[in-house]
Write a protein that binds this ligand. Structure first.
Ligand SMILES: CC(C)=CCC/C(C)=C/CC/C(C)=C/CC/C(C)=C/CC/C(C)=C/CC/C(C)=C/CC/C(C)=C/COP(=O)(O)OP(=O)(O)O
Ligand SMILES: O=P(O)(O)OC[C@@H](O)CO
Ligand SMILES: [Mg+2]
Length: 233
């Protein structure tokens, strides 16, 4: 399958560490979303990732693994997203884990399937912020500098503003997107209604919807109806 992330507007993120029924998965995969991202910051194992991938693979839509641990690298996804947490205070999550993984897999990789994400984690309470010791208390100028770093210095295809668990500062997201030339701005965090999806869609290129899938499936499905007319670079 040829997958063009530049066309994605809406993505559902499914966590291998959480249960989802076949009925709910069917509704998510047939919802009209552009892709499914598989990932989570804790409790992700090889086995629960394989299980989820096999179930999603029954559907036509693109399926991406966002790698969060070396033990849970599972072949067979359309793409592999590699988070690089630019505001991590622990370098393990900027280059350390990546270095270890490349020692193991470096000679085997099909680089066309691998996409670096310049992550900026902005909710200090999120599991990923704690894990990576992210310096989350940043202003728009700080974030713009990380965004330029990812886009212009490291040529990363994605800048991911991660508020996982809370709805973020849309003005900061808007200002961040303005400084990007090539990278796509992914926004994730606290989208739990069509109204919030719409606000995020007005300032980001791609919106990612996660936790609400597990607490209110109806609301999660509503987020696909977002109108993206304003964006589309
Ligand atoms: C031959 C073969 C098997 C091919 C494929 C191999 C392949 C693609 C190798 C790639 C090599 C490589 C460079 C791998 C990187 C390895 C790695 C472990 C990198 C570290 C990634 C990282 C920084 C993780 C930290 C956590 C993080 C940012 C996770 C992202 C996902 C996230 C934030 C999810 C939200 O989590 P959630 O649990 O939902 O959180 P809440 O509780 O707050 O909701
Ligand atoms: O789970 P939520 O808060 O929707 O966030 C989505 C995604 O950015 C998590 O990595
Ligand atoms: Mg989550």
């Amino acid at each position: 399958m040829i997958v063009d992330i530049r066309k994605w507007k809406h993505v559902f993120k499914l966590d291998p560490d959480r249960d989802i029924s076949d009925e709910a998965l069917d509704l998510i995969c047939q919802s009209g979303t552009d892709a499914i991202m598989v990932g989570g910051s804790t409790g992700v194992t090889f086995d629960n990732t394989v299980d989820l991938m096999a179930r999603i693979r029954q559907y036509e839509l693109p399926c991406v693994l966002e790698i969060s641990s070396q033990e849970a690298i599972v072949p067979g996804f359309d793409l592999f997203f590699i988070p690089v947490v630019l505001n991590a205070e622990d370098p393990n999550w900027i280059v350390g884990q990546h270095h270890e993984a490349l020692k193991e897999y470096g000679s085997l990789l099909n680089w066309d399937e691998i996409i670096a994400e310049g992550y900026v984690i902005l909710n200090s309470e999120a599991a990923a912020a704690k894990l990576t010791k992210a310096r989350a208390n940043l202003d728009a100028k700080d974030v713009a500098a990380y965004a330029r770093m990812a886009d212009k210095l490291f040529h990363m295809p994605i800048v991911y503003l991660e508020y996982s668990g809370v709805f973020g500062d849309m003005e900061l997201v808007r200002r961040t997107r303005q400084v990007l030339e090539n990278a796509r701005l992914f926004y994730g965090g606290g989208i739990d209604s069509l109204a919030k999806a719409q606000q995020a869609a007005e300032v980001a290129d791609t919106i990612v919807v996660g936790n609400i899938i597990y607490s209110d499936l109806e609301q999660a499905l509503q987020t696909v109806n977002v109108n993206f007319d304003r964006t589309g670079r």
